[in-house]
Design a protein around this ligand. Sequence first.
Ligand code: C2E
Ligand code: CA
Ligand code: CA
Ligand code: CA
Length: 278
Amino acid sequence: AKQEGRNRYRFFSQSIESDARARHLLESHMRSALESGVFEVFYQLRFDVSRQQSCGMEALIRWRRADGELVSPADFIPLAEETGLIVPIGKQVLHQACHDAKLLLDQGKRLCVGVNISVVQFREESFLDMIKEVLNDTGLPAELLELEITEGVLARDMDQTRALLDELKHMGVRIAIDDFGTGYSSLSYLKRLPIDVLKIDQSFVRDMLTDRSDAAIIEAIVRMGQALHLELVAEGVECSEQSQQLLALGCELMQGYLYCRPMPFEQLRKSLDLLPAL
Ligand code: C2E
Ligand code: CA
Ligand code: CA
Ligand code: CA
């Protein structure tokens, strides 16, 4: 047993070492990706299904490696957050997203752009100035920017969070709660913070047709959202049955593969030309 224990120890220490090496490699690749500007921003349209028109888009980061392969954000955002690299990376995404939304606006297409904000960015002292600087540099009206934050952001220091969100609201920036329903925070923040949108997490949508509890949770979120005058967006809508049931529950705004896959800006621009005027 002793021998086994020692082997196990060796096994763990080796895997931690190679893990550390892999992380180090990923980190240095991220750094050069940032410097050489190879992070791309894809966009996924959001639809108002009852009005049959697009009502916004979400910016999603993509990392195209030298071999052309795309790395999923799930595979590098966590390390980018740990190392702090998410701060410059997130600013790059925000800048690109605001720039692209302004370009659409100048062509008569008024689409609000949602940008994912990591808790690490949000906690930066310079966060607010960064947002102002990017809006100023790109000329995008603040009303067309929506920051997507998760409940995790709200978990810490309510006074500071409220001051920040109030200031953003004052500027005209919209605030969405991403992955709503999966956090552990109390719901009381909904009445104390200037929230505009709840994005119903895709895990509920995925199983809503087969799992009654998921459908019940969605229904409860929709009722609460309506009572609090919040916009509701269902994420991860993949089939028309889900879309129909969501509509029946009172959720009219949807995002998902059924309507639009995340795509490069040029492709989005072309597909917008084919849609009815906004
Ligand atoms: P998220 O913010 O919840 O974004 C939604 C994710 O669901 C995206 O994955 C999107 O491509 C995917 N999705 C959209 N429609 C469907 C659908 O119908 N079915 C399914 N199964 N998935 C769908 P993606 O682009 O891989 O991003 C994953 C996560 O990475 C995001 O989740 C977000 O948390 C994070 N992320 C992406 N871009 C950024 C960014 O610029 N900054 C930060 N901080 N995080 C980002
Ligand atoms: Ca999001
Ligand atoms: Ca989400
Ligand atoms: Ca998510």
